[in-house]
Design a protein around this ligand. Structure first.
Ligand SMILES: Cc1cc2nc3c(=O)[nH]c(=O)nc-3n(C[C@H](O)[C@H](O)[C@H](O)COP(=O)(O)OP(=O)(O)OC[C@H]3O[C@@H](n4cnc5c(N)ncnc54)[C@H](O)[C@@H]3O)c2cc1C
Length: 446
């Protein structure tokens, strides 16, 4: 095969318009579900496009250990900082038996969850009046006129169709719609965080395994490296919501020694294979070195590689590490982030830079506004931020928050420009929906 030696033309052809709605949300991850449900509840007709057959994005396709960004750790106790739509998800998870409550670790805490129950909770939330979820529906093109998106072209299982709308929200995680529509974006492959192939092990004696402290596990894995095993990572997260089963966030996928370019079809495919190869390697190591894993087996791997960072939009405000670490507040705040900078760079450990206990920075509305497309907002991990700030604001609780804000703002914008949404009324609607932009820490649910 001789890759990339030609280009070919594409045939223009007529595409049926399936429907016309107020708001189209592209991508049904944490941000997209929040955006679509909140826009529909606020009175808009909404179509949510999701390329998979289920909602949740990285949360359910890659599978995470837990929801991060909900809590701050104060005097060793988790206190909940983020509410609104994120709290609704947390409450429903707990009610359905899908979570064992906040789990403190290092200087923070997260909410481990059951994968299937998370999918079900999101299904239930998406049963909102005026909201239509289209599964296995992949956004492939945007029709833009006069700086506004007029329609999107979608590939379903049976072929192409179009959807027209007044307002659009890009929650693809990769800023796909923003890019298609010609908005300013950034993709610096050299600085991207490394991906991780998530997997679960069964056959684990969790009564023993879950008592191994994080630093002891790190020591044991470093011992394996000293014994000659080529482990890319020796510090990671292990969670359990079911006896006998653990979820591991421990691999670090490199291709030819560098961060894979996941927009390159060859490198992405190699990275998917490498992730599964590493899962097998870690199984061998855990069986041999870590107490509780002698009879472990791999139960499953995520449906796709866990990709932390790709394209980000460049908005009127680019959130920086200074904004995060100096816990900066903004007049046009739409969300509060309490998660530290968590950078999965080149070494065998993760780099953490912490906020103060109970501290938070604001995410401004301007970080959701793409430049150059008037009726588009962007929420979730591809909002306008630097690489470093993205390493904090990308976690799930923040994606719920920015999605919620984008959904409500899109309804307020109607057929006008997203940039002209009045911030004070938006903040008032957020407050009425349970969002706190000045969170007063209160004790987490046990
Ligand atoms: C390995 C890894 C571990 C992580 N660990 C944690 C953790 O423990 N806790 C935590 O809170 N966060 C964690 N994160 C971060 C967090 O999971 C993500 O940043 C967050 O879930 C992103 O949500 P999102 O909605 O912005 O995007 P995504 O989750 O990426 O969702 C985007 C959605 O859009 C869909 N989509 C994309 N393109 C199209 C298209 N063209 N047409 C239709 N649909 C499309 C996708 O299928 C997906 O459902 C982790 C991330 C990774 C990769």
């Amino acid at each position: 095969m001789s890759p990339r030696c030609h280009t070919v033309g594409r045939l223009a052809r007529e595409v049926e318009v399936l429907c016309e709605v107020d708001v189209v949300v592209a991508g049904g991850g944490a941000a997209g579900v929040a955006a679509a449900v909140c826009a529909a509840r606020a009175g808009a007709s909404v179509v949510l496009l999701e390329r998979n057959g289920f909602l949740g994005g990285t949360m359910t396709s890659t599978s995470l250990g837990g929801v991060c960004g909900l809590y701050s750790l104060i005097d060793g106790a988790p206190v909940q900082m983020v509410h609104g739509f994120a709290e609704e998800v947390r409450g429903r998870l707990e009610h359905a038996g899908g979570s064992r409550g906040a789990l403190p670790w290092l200087q923070t805490a997260s909410l481990p969850y059951d994968l299937f129950i998370m999918k079900s909770v999101l299904d239930d939330l998406a049963e909102a009046p005026r909201l239509t979820v289209l599964y296995q529906a992949r956004l492939v093109e945007a029709g833009v006129e006069g700086g506004r998106i007029r329609h999107v072209i979608v590939r379903g299982r049976g072929g192409l169709f179009a959807i027209r709308a007044n307002a659009f929200i890009d929650c693809t995680g990769d800023g796909e719609l923003a890019d298609m529509a010609g908005a300013a974006t950034e993709y610096d492959q050299a600085s991207l965080q490394f991906p991780t192939a998530m997997f679960r092990m069964g056959g684990v004696d969790t009564t023993v395994a879950m008592k191994v402290p994080r630093d002891e596990m790190h020591r044991l894995l470093e011992q394996a490296v000293a014994d000659g095993y080529d482990l890319p990572r020796t510090a990671g997260g292990i969670y359990s919501v079911r006896d006998g089963i653990v979820h591991l966030n421990i691999t670090k996928v490199k291709v030819e020694g560098h961060t894979p370019d996941t927009f390159d079809p060859f490198e992405l495919s190699e990275a998917e294979r490498e992730g599964r190869r590493q899962a097998r390697l870690y199984l061998e190591i855990f069986r041999r070195y870590v107490p509780g894993y002698a009879n472990a087996y791999i139960l499953d791997t995520g449906a796709e590689l866990g990709i932390r960072e790709t394209r980000r939009i460049v908005g009127p405000h680019v959130l920086t590490s200074d904004d995060v670490l100096k816990e900066r507040k903004f007049d046009d705040a739409i969300a509060a982030n309490c998660w530290p900078i968590e950078d999965h760079g080149g070494g065998r450990s993760t780099r953490w830079v912490w906020l103060s206990p109970g501290g938070y920075n604001h995410i401004p509305y301007r970080a959701l506004l793409p430049i150059g497309v008037r009726n588009l907002l962007v929420a979730g991990r591809c909002l306008s931020s630097t690489h470093e700030a993205q390493a904090a604001v990308r976690v799930t609780a923040n994606c719920f928050s920015t999605g919620q804000a984008a959904g409500l703002a899109a309804v307020m914008a109607g057929s006008g420009d997203m940039a002209s949404v009045d911030i004070k009324p938006l903040q008032a609607v957020l407050k009425a929906s349970g969002v706190s932009l000045t969170p007063m820490p209160k004790k987490a649910h046990a």
